[in-house]
Design a protein around this ligand. Structure first.
Ligand code: GUN
Length: 280
């Protein structure tokens, strides 16, 4: 039987509608600052989407653009100003940053309670100790999409292909927290196909078009595709969707899978950041 398609766009739209009605009744609005440095076309598209969604749900949004020659000091000064701004509850500096800027330094200059990306060492430390305060939005999106299938995951085998700090590592930790047995595969892993075939839950987050083929997927598995790759002007994921859907139990499409959910999770984190600010 072909896989059920997990409609990330529909689930995300429901979450955003919910947020919108909550925000309508608030006097103070959640505030998000978006910082874009340089001229990476993909980053520009992502930040545009984040800004548009922010406005649609009724959040306050500030966007700060810097040229590709921006220096660390300028960025640090802006983050300090945003850290001190009562109107701003969440700060997002879009990655990657140009080579002359230390990403770690900039990311960790964001106050932990405004870290809506969940990328600071403090946020990741909380996540790794099983006491999550703010989790990275893409990892949250993956978990919510798995949960949306209603599949019981405790005790099951999960395989995460990709070990980035933004997706692979946090997703692995969040799956572990849900009592799955997690294997992380990466570019140096030997026998990826054999390992992937054991997965009840398979998460692909490597950025390699159609890397995951039908032969690598267990019958009935939940397959979550985080990849966004441009091939001949078309967006494709890391999973060979057309063929894998013949064996998987559930599968996310690209586009309209993880992407829209990630933005919805960022909005949820921004609202959460506003609530955290009230407690501080
Ligand atoms: N670059 C790719 N994904 C992300 C993300 O979720 N947040 C930020 N800040 N940069 C990214």
């Amino acid at each position: 039987m072909p896989a059920k398609i997990i409609d990330g766009k529909k689930i995300a739209d429901g979450i955003l509608e919910n947020l919108k009605s909550k925000v309508k009744s608030m006097n103070e609005k959640p505030g998000l600052a978006l910082v874009l440095v340089g001229d990476n076309p993909a980053s520009e598209i992502y930040v545009n989407f984040k800004e548009k969604t922010c406005k649609e749900v009724g959040f306050y949004c500030e966007r700060h653009n810097f040229g590709k020659d921006a220096d660390e000091m300028e960025l640090l000064n802006l983050v300090t100003q945003l850290n001190n701004s009562p109107k701003i509850h969440g700060i997002l500096v879009q990655l990657p940053l140009p080579k002359q800027i230390d990403e770690n330094l900039i990311t960790n200059s964001i106050l932990p309670h405004k870290d809506v990306d969940g990328f600071t060492a403090v946020s990741l430390g909380h996540l790794f100790s099983g006491n999550t305060i703010m989790a990275p939005a893409t990892a949250m999106a993956v978990m919510r999409l798995i949960e949306s299938t209603g599949t019981r995951i405790e005790g099951k085998n999960a395989v995460v292909v990709g070990r980035s700090n933004i997706v692979g590592k946090p997703v692995a930790m969040m799956l572990l927290e849900k009592n799955t047995t997690v294997t992380i595969c990466h570019s140096k892993t030997e026998g990826i196909a054999e390992k992937a075939r054991k997965a009840d839950i398979l998460v692909a987050a490597v950025g390699k078009p159609k890397l995951i083929t039908k032969e690598m997927v267990k019958e009935g598995a939940v397959v979550i595709d985080v990849g966004i790759n441009r091939v001949n002007g078309k967006i494709v994921g890391d999973v060979d969707f057309e063929n894998v859907k013949e064996v998987a139990g559930f599968i996310t499409p690209v586009p309209k899978g993880v992407g829209p959910m990630t933005i919805a999770m960022l909005m949820e984190n921004t609202l959460k950041a506003m609530e955290l600010a009230k407690k501080i």
